[in-house]
Design a protein. Sequence first.
Length: 265
Amino acid sequence: MAQQVASGVGLLKKGFQILESFDQGAPAWSQSELARATGLTRSTTSRLVRYLCDCGYLIYHENTGRYRLGPAAVDLGRRASTQFSLLEVAQPILETLSATVDETIILTELNEQRRTAVCIHQIESKRDGLRVFENVGSEFYLHQGAAPRAILAALSESEREEILRQALPGRGARTLTTADKLRVAIDETLAVGYAVSREETYEGVIGVAAPVLWPDRRPVGSVAIAAPLVRYGDQEVQKLGALVRQSASEISARLRSHQTGQAEL
């Protein structure tokens, strides 16, 4: 019995090896390519691929002779996404960040279909005087301000360029609406690990944001600090950037631990 269980686990592991080969950078594979990439024998690859096709997790395209993820895999991903709560994972780290900076903290999530960033949570600053707040549910195109642009910068270059070729509507008086200016801002974001916007969405507001990443480095959303612009010069902005980058990194690490089932870091 133990030997049968071990054999079944081994086959399951090999099946996941095949499925995990399919991603944004390599969405289609032939059987021979899968065998080389996974290190499985051709016969084992052929048997598992046929089974995954029968179950709907892979689909074969006769015109190309290659396989892609099938409807069962898509459905599984949808069911997983409905049970996933970015806020639940991020909440403790957001609260720590809020206590550290005493400015408004915003959590956004990427809407893959609409290619927008949606505000799903905020912790408002408790400071007296000038404060910033955002409406939960607000939606921004990925070029509009720091929180969305942190996500945009974390996408693949081909995806970024596809977005930059489209219309780039403004949101505020200083929203970056040309591809050339956005490319410069994206390069700056990639260089330091966080995005900065000054009055791009709201007058008198500065935003500093970093992307939250899945284990495969694809963005799931972003963490942002929003504050009155008058309080922050360049040195202070760098400090905010380091803090928000660290917070986003910690949330990303929690996502990795949740996915692998390991204890939280």
